[in-house]
Ligand binder design. Structure first.
Ligand code: SAM
Ligand code: SF4
Length: 337
Protein backbone atom coordinates (compact mmCIF):
# COMPACT_ATOMS: atom_id res chain seq x y z
CA UNK A 1 0.00 0.00 0.00
CA UNK A 2 1.23 3.52 -0.81
CA UNK A 3 2.39 5.45 2.24
CA UNK A 4 0.33 8.60 2.90
CA UNK A 5 2.45 11.64 2.16
CA UNK A 6 2.81 14.14 4.96
CA UNK A 7 5.24 16.86 5.88
CA UNK A 8 7.63 15.95 8.69
CA UNK A 9 10.58 18.25 9.28
CA UNK A 10 14.08 17.21 10.45
CA UNK A 11 13.04 17.76 14.08
CA UNK A 12 10.11 15.39 13.75
CA UNK A 13 7.50 18.16 13.74
CA UNK A 14 4.48 17.58 11.53
CA UNK A 15 3.62 20.57 9.37
CA UNK A 16 -0.16 20.85 9.32
CA UNK A 17 -0.71 24.61 9.21
CA UNK A 18 0.00 27.07 6.41
CA UNK A 19 -0.32 30.83 6.51
CA UNK A 20 -0.59 32.43 3.15
CA UNK A 21 -0.15 36.11 2.42
CA UNK A 22 -2.37 36.85 -0.57
CA UNK A 23 -1.27 40.45 -1.09
CA UNK A 24 1.34 42.87 0.22
CA UNK A 25 -1.12 45.76 -0.23
CA UNK A 26 -3.13 47.27 2.54
CA UNK A 27 -5.57 50.12 3.10
CA UNK A 28 -3.81 50.90 6.42
CA UNK A 29 -0.15 51.67 7.16
CA UNK A 30 0.20 50.61 10.79
CA UNK A 31 3.31 52.33 12.06
CA UNK A 32 4.90 49.14 13.45
CA UNK A 33 4.18 47.17 10.27
CA UNK A 34 5.09 49.35 7.29
CA UNK A 35 6.35 52.83 6.43
CA UNK A 36 3.91 55.51 5.34
CA UNK A 37 5.29 55.52 1.81
CA UNK A 38 5.42 51.78 1.44
CA UNK A 39 6.58 50.60 -1.97
CA UNK A 40 4.21 47.83 -3.06
CA UNK A 41 5.20 45.03 -5.41
CA UNK A 42 4.35 45.03 -9.12
CA UNK A 43 1.24 42.90 -9.73
CA UNK A 44 3.13 40.43 -11.93
CA UNK A 45 5.30 39.43 -8.93
CA UNK A 46 2.31 38.47 -6.83
CA UNK A 47 0.78 34.99 -7.15
CA UNK A 48 -2.41 34.90 -9.20
CA UNK A 49 -5.53 33.40 -7.65
CA UNK A 50 -5.11 30.33 -9.83
CA UNK A 51 -1.51 29.93 -8.61
CA UNK A 52 -2.66 30.34 -5.01
CA UNK A 53 -5.31 27.68 -5.55
CA UNK A 54 -2.73 25.23 -6.90
CA UNK A 55 -0.33 25.80 -4.02
CA UNK A 56 -3.15 25.38 -1.49
CA UNK A 57 -4.20 22.13 -3.19
CA UNK A 58 -0.61 20.83 -3.03
CA UNK A 59 -0.33 21.56 0.70
CA UNK A 60 -3.71 20.02 1.47
CA UNK A 61 -2.79 16.84 -0.34
CA UNK A 62 0.38 16.74 1.80
CA UNK A 63 -1.68 16.65 4.98
CA UNK A 64 -2.07 20.35 5.79
CA UNK A 65 -5.30 20.76 7.77
CA UNK A 66 -5.42 24.45 8.49
CA UNK A 67 -4.94 27.45 6.20
CA UNK A 68 -4.91 31.04 7.39
CA UNK A 69 -5.27 33.75 4.77
CA UNK A 70 -3.42 36.93 5.61
CA UNK A 71 -1.44 39.74 4.02
CA UNK A 72 -1.20 42.76 3.68
CA UNK A 73 -4.90 43.14 3.99
CA UNK A 74 -6.41 40.02 2.39
CA UNK A 75 -9.85 41.58 1.94
CA UNK A 76 -8.52 44.39 -0.28
CA UNK A 77 -7.35 41.83 -2.84
CA UNK A 78 -9.72 41.79 -5.76
CA UNK A 79 -11.73 38.57 -6.01
CA UNK A 80 -10.08 37.00 -2.97
CA UNK A 81 -13.45 35.49 -2.10
CA UNK A 82 -12.95 33.16 -5.06
CA UNK A 83 -9.98 31.69 -3.21
CA UNK A 84 -12.15 31.13 -0.14
CA UNK A 85 -14.86 29.56 -2.24
CA UNK A 86 -12.46 27.17 -3.96
CA UNK A 87 -10.40 26.25 -0.89
CA UNK A 88 -13.60 26.02 1.16
CA UNK A 89 -14.61 22.96 -0.89
CA UNK A 90 -11.83 21.00 0.89
CA UNK A 91 -13.65 21.68 4.16
CA UNK A 92 -16.69 19.94 2.75
CA UNK A 93 -14.64 16.90 1.69
CA UNK A 94 -12.95 16.79 5.11
CA UNK A 95 -9.44 17.26 3.69
CA UNK A 96 -9.15 20.62 5.38
CA UNK A 97 -10.24 21.21 8.98
CA UNK A 98 -10.05 24.97 9.11
CA UNK A 99 -9.93 27.90 6.73
CA UNK A 100 -9.46 31.19 8.46
CA UNK A 101 -8.34 34.77 8.01
CA UNK A 102 -6.45 37.55 9.75
CA UNK A 103 -7.81 40.95 8.80
CA UNK A 104 -7.70 44.57 9.87
CA UNK A 105 -11.51 44.47 9.75
CA UNK A 106 -11.97 47.45 7.42
CA UNK A 107 -13.86 45.38 4.83
CA UNK A 108 -15.43 42.88 7.18
CA UNK A 109 -18.86 44.42 7.23
CA UNK A 110 -19.04 43.85 3.48
CA UNK A 111 -17.57 40.32 3.36
CA UNK A 112 -18.42 38.61 6.65
CA UNK A 113 -21.50 36.87 5.31
CA UNK A 114 -19.74 35.37 2.31
CA UNK A 115 -16.76 34.28 4.39
CA UNK A 116 -19.16 32.35 6.60
CA UNK A 117 -20.87 30.88 3.55
CA UNK A 118 -17.52 29.56 2.25
CA UNK A 119 -16.78 27.76 5.49
CA UNK A 120 -14.83 30.29 7.55
CA UNK A 121 -15.86 30.05 11.21
CA UNK A 122 -13.20 32.04 13.02
CA UNK A 123 -11.63 35.38 12.20
CA UNK A 124 -8.71 37.23 13.77
CA UNK A 125 -9.17 40.98 13.71
CA UNK A 126 -6.25 43.26 14.53
CA UNK A 127 -7.21 46.09 16.83
CA UNK A 128 -4.61 47.87 18.92
CA UNK A 129 -6.68 50.73 20.34
CA UNK A 130 -10.29 51.71 21.01
CA UNK A 131 -9.51 55.40 20.76
CA UNK A 132 -10.59 56.69 17.33
CA UNK A 133 -7.94 59.43 17.19
CA UNK A 134 -5.15 57.12 18.26
CA UNK A 135 -6.40 54.53 15.78
CA UNK A 136 -6.12 57.05 12.96
CA UNK A 137 -2.57 57.94 13.94
CA UNK A 138 -1.46 54.34 14.46
CA UNK A 139 -2.94 52.99 11.22
CA UNK A 140 -2.37 56.28 9.35
CA UNK A 141 -5.49 55.70 7.19
CA UNK A 142 -7.88 53.62 9.24
CA UNK A 143 -11.29 54.50 10.65
CA UNK A 144 -12.06 52.78 13.91
CA UNK A 145 -15.79 52.94 13.32
CA UNK A 146 -15.55 50.79 10.17
CA UNK A 147 -13.60 48.14 12.02
CA UNK A 148 -16.09 48.05 14.89
CA UNK A 149 -18.97 47.74 12.41
CA UNK A 150 -17.09 44.90 10.70
CA UNK A 151 -16.60 43.08 14.00
CA UNK A 152 -20.28 43.43 14.89
CA UNK A 153 -21.38 42.19 11.49
CA UNK A 154 -19.01 39.22 11.72
CA UNK A 155 -20.49 38.35 15.12
CA UNK A 156 -23.99 38.67 13.75
CA UNK A 157 -23.36 36.16 10.93
CA UNK A 158 -21.92 33.66 13.41
CA UNK A 159 -18.16 34.11 13.07
CA UNK A 160 -16.10 33.63 16.21
CA UNK A 161 -13.74 36.55 16.64
CA UNK A 162 -10.37 36.92 18.22
CA UNK A 163 -8.87 40.36 18.61
CA UNK A 164 -5.12 40.68 18.04
CA UNK A 165 -3.64 43.49 20.11
CA UNK A 166 0.00 44.40 19.48
CA UNK A 167 1.43 45.63 22.78
CA UNK A 168 3.11 48.98 22.19
CA UNK A 169 4.77 50.91 24.98
CA UNK A 170 3.73 54.56 25.15
CA UNK A 171 1.00 53.88 22.57
CA UNK A 172 -1.61 51.52 23.95
CA UNK A 173 -0.19 50.82 27.42
CA UNK A 174 -2.97 52.78 29.10
CA UNK A 175 -5.70 50.84 27.30
CA UNK A 176 -5.00 47.39 28.63
CA UNK A 177 -8.04 47.14 30.91
CA UNK A 178 -10.35 49.01 28.52
CA UNK A 179 -9.55 46.48 25.82
CA UNK A 180 -9.99 43.54 28.21
CA UNK A 181 -13.39 44.86 29.31
CA UNK A 182 -14.56 45.67 25.81
CA UNK A 183 -13.68 42.20 24.53
CA UNK A 184 -15.33 40.60 27.54
CA UNK A 185 -18.54 42.62 27.07
CA UNK A 186 -18.68 41.73 23.37
CA UNK A 187 -17.79 38.05 23.73
CA UNK A 188 -14.49 38.33 21.85
CA UNK A 189 -11.31 36.41 22.60
CA UNK A 190 -8.24 38.55 22.95
CA UNK A 191 -4.62 37.84 22.14
CA UNK A 192 -1.71 40.09 22.99
CA UNK A 193 1.23 40.15 20.59
CA UNK A 194 4.80 41.27 21.19
CA UNK A 195 6.11 43.53 18.48
CA UNK A 196 8.66 41.70 16.33
CA UNK A 197 11.78 43.10 14.67
CA UNK A 198 10.60 42.78 11.08
CA UNK A 199 10.93 45.38 8.34
CA UNK A 200 13.35 48.19 7.81
CA UNK A 201 12.80 50.04 11.10
CA UNK A 202 15.40 51.68 13.31
CA UNK A 203 16.36 49.51 16.29
CA UNK A 204 15.72 52.44 18.66
CA UNK A 205 12.19 52.73 17.30
CA UNK A 206 11.52 49.07 18.00
CA UNK A 207 13.05 49.15 21.45
CA UNK A 208 11.22 52.30 22.46
CA UNK A 209 7.86 50.62 21.77
CA UNK A 210 8.73 47.13 22.96
CA UNK A 211 6.37 46.23 25.80
CA UNK A 212 7.24 42.82 27.15
CA UNK A 213 4.20 40.62 27.56
CA UNK A 214 5.66 39.40 30.83
CA UNK A 215 5.17 42.95 32.15
CA UNK A 216 1.75 43.20 30.53
CA UNK A 217 0.71 39.90 32.10
CA UNK A 218 1.86 41.10 35.52
CA UNK A 219 -0.27 44.23 35.06
CA UNK A 220 -3.33 42.05 34.39
CA UNK A 221 -2.50 39.92 37.42
CA UNK A 222 -2.60 43.02 39.61
CA UNK A 223 -6.39 43.01 39.12
CA UNK A 224 -7.34 39.54 37.91
CA UNK A 225 -6.47 35.91 38.48
CA UNK A 226 -5.15 34.12 35.41
CA UNK A 227 -5.37 30.36 35.08
CA UNK A 228 -3.34 28.67 32.33
CA UNK A 229 -5.44 26.68 29.85
CA UNK A 230 -3.97 23.58 28.34
CA UNK A 231 -4.63 24.58 24.76
CA UNK A 232 -2.18 25.00 21.92
CA UNK A 233 -2.31 25.68 18.21
CA UNK A 234 1.31 24.51 17.95
CA UNK A 235 2.38 28.12 17.74
CA UNK A 236 3.67 30.80 20.04
CA UNK A 237 0.36 31.54 21.80
CA UNK A 238 -0.16 30.63 25.45
CA UNK A 239 -3.76 30.80 26.67
CA UNK A 240 -5.26 31.73 30.02
CA UNK A 241 -8.70 32.05 31.54
CA UNK A 242 -9.49 35.20 33.52
CA UNK A 243 -11.05 33.59 36.60
CA UNK A 244 -13.23 36.59 37.52
CA UNK A 245 -14.86 36.93 34.06
CA UNK A 246 -14.33 33.58 32.35
CA UNK A 247 -12.73 35.39 29.43
CA UNK A 248 -10.07 33.61 27.34
CA UNK A 249 -6.90 35.54 26.61
CA UNK A 250 -3.72 34.61 24.78
CA UNK A 251 -0.16 35.83 24.73
CA UNK A 252 2.05 35.59 21.67
CA UNK A 253 5.56 35.94 22.96
CA UNK A 254 8.04 34.93 20.28
CA UNK A 255 10.71 37.02 21.97
CA UNK A 256 10.42 36.35 25.65
CA UNK A 257 9.53 32.65 25.21
CA UNK A 258 10.70 30.13 22.74
CA UNK A 259 7.83 28.13 21.32
CA UNK A 260 9.68 26.50 18.45
CA UNK A 261 9.69 22.96 19.82
CA UNK A 262 6.07 22.43 18.80
CA UNK A 263 6.06 24.54 15.63
CA UNK A 264 3.67 23.06 13.07
CA UNK A 265 3.55 25.86 10.51
CA UNK A 266 5.10 27.42 7.45
CA UNK A 267 4.34 30.63 5.60
CA UNK A 268 3.89 31.52 1.95
CA UNK A 269 4.57 35.08 0.90
CA UNK A 270 2.42 36.84 -1.66
CA UNK A 271 5.21 36.24 -4.21
CA UNK A 272 5.20 32.50 -3.60
CA UNK A 273 8.24 32.19 -1.35
CA UNK A 274 7.79 29.40 1.12
CA UNK A 275 9.32 30.46 4.45
CA UNK A 276 10.06 27.70 6.86
CA UNK A 277 10.29 30.10 9.84
CA UNK A 278 9.12 33.68 10.39
CA UNK A 279 12.39 34.44 12.16
CA UNK A 280 14.91 32.82 9.81
CA UNK A 281 15.96 33.20 6.21
CA UNK A 282 15.37 29.63 4.95
CA UNK A 283 13.02 29.77 1.98
CA UNK A 284 12.19 28.24 -1.35
CA UNK A 285 10.56 29.66 -4.47
CA UNK A 286 7.22 28.02 -5.25
CA UNK A 287 6.23 30.65 -7.83
CA UNK A 288 8.98 29.53 -10.17
CA UNK A 289 7.70 25.94 -10.05
CA UNK A 290 4.03 26.94 -10.48
CA UNK A 291 4.90 29.12 -13.45
CA UNK A 292 7.32 26.64 -15.06
CA UNK A 293 4.95 23.67 -14.73
CA UNK A 294 1.43 25.11 -15.00
CA UNK A 295 -1.20 22.89 -13.43
CA UNK A 296 1.35 20.32 -12.23
CA UNK A 297 0.43 19.87 -8.55
CA UNK A 298 2.92 17.01 -8.17
CA UNK A 299 5.83 19.32 -9.10
CA UNK A 300 4.74 21.75 -6.36
CA UNK A 301 4.43 18.92 -3.86
CA UNK A 302 7.96 17.70 -4.55
CA UNK A 303 9.34 21.20 -4.08
CA UNK A 304 7.45 21.59 -0.78
CA UNK A 305 8.71 18.24 0.50
CA UNK A 306 12.30 19.24 -0.28
CA UNK A 307 11.85 22.61 1.41
CA UNK A 308 10.46 21.16 4.64
CA UNK A 309 13.74 19.30 5.09
CA UNK A 310 15.35 22.74 5.51
CA UNK A 311 13.04 23.90 8.32
CA UNK A 312 15.30 25.32 11.05
CA UNK A 313 14.97 24.29 14.67
CA UNK A 314 14.13 27.78 15.96
CA UNK A 315 14.03 31.49 15.25
CA UNK A 316 16.76 33.81 16.49
CA UNK A 317 14.91 37.01 17.39
CA UNK A 318 15.89 38.69 20.62
CA UNK A 319 15.64 42.06 22.33
CA UNK A 320 18.01 40.98 25.08
CA UNK A 321 20.61 43.27 26.61
CA UNK A 322 18.76 46.26 25.14
CA UNK A 323 19.74 45.26 21.64
CA UNK A 324 17.58 44.01 18.78
CA UNK A 325 19.06 40.86 17.30
CA UNK A 326 17.71 38.63 14.57
CA UNK A 327 16.09 41.62 12.82
CA UNK A 328 14.91 40.73 9.32
CA UNK A 329 14.39 43.36 6.67
CA UNK A 330 11.33 41.73 5.14
CA UNK A 331 7.96 43.12 6.18
CA UNK A 332 5.25 41.24 8.03
CA UNK A 333 2.84 42.24 5.25
CA UNK A 334 4.91 40.32 2.66
CA UNK A 335 5.40 37.22 4.74
CA UNK A 336 1.97 37.21 6.34
CA UNK A 337 1.49 37.77 10.06
N1 SAM B 1 -3.78 43.25 7.60
C1 SAM B 1 -4.16 42.16 8.41
C2 SAM B 1 -4.18 42.55 9.86
O1 SAM B 1 -3.67 43.62 10.22
O2 SAM B 1 -4.72 41.77 10.64
C3 SAM B 1 -3.32 40.92 8.22
C4 SAM B 1 -1.85 41.10 8.08
S1 SAM B 1 -1.00 41.76 9.49
C5 SAM B 1 0.66 41.75 8.91
C6 SAM B 1 -1.12 40.38 10.59
C7 SAM B 1 -0.80 40.66 12.02
O3 SAM B 1 0.56 41.01 12.13
C8 SAM B 1 -1.58 41.80 12.64
O4 SAM B 1 -2.21 41.35 13.82
C9 SAM B 1 -0.54 42.84 12.96
O5 SAM B 1 -0.87 43.57 14.10
C10 SAM B 1 0.70 41.98 13.15
N2 SAM B 1 1.97 42.66 12.93
C11 SAM B 1 2.38 43.42 11.90
N3 SAM B 1 3.65 43.82 12.06
C12 SAM B 1 4.07 43.30 13.23
C13 SAM B 1 5.29 43.33 13.97
N4 SAM B 1 6.35 43.98 13.53
N5 SAM B 1 5.33 42.65 15.14
C14 SAM B 1 4.26 41.97 15.62
N6 SAM B 1 3.10 41.89 14.97
C15 SAM B 1 3.00 42.55 13.80
FE1 SF4 C 1 -1.97 46.59 7.05
FE2 SF4 C 1 -2.22 44.63 8.81
FE3 SF4 C 1 0.18 45.78 8.39
FE4 SF4 C 1 -1.71 47.16 9.60
S1 SF4 C 1 -0.76 45.28 10.36
S2 SF4 C 1 -0.42 47.87 7.89
S3 SF4 C 1 -3.52 46.43 8.64
S4 SF4 C 1 -0.96 44.59 6.94
Amino acid sequence: MLKKRELIDPFNRKISYVRVSVTDRCDFRCSYCMPEKMQFLPKKDVLSLEELNQIAAAFISLGVEKIRVTGGEPLVRKEILNFFEKTGTYLETGHLKELTITTNGSQLERYAEQLFEFGVRRVNVSLDTLDAEKFKVLTRFGRLQNVIKGIMKAKEVGLKIKINFVALKKINETELFDMLNWCDRNGLDLTFIEVMPLGNFKAEHRLSHYWSLMDLQNDIKSRFTLKAIDESSGGPAKYFRVQETGQKIGFITPLSHNFCGTCNRVRITCTGELHMCLGQKNKTDLREIVRSYPGDIEAIKIQIEKAILQKPQSHSFSYQHNKVTGQLNRYMSHTGG
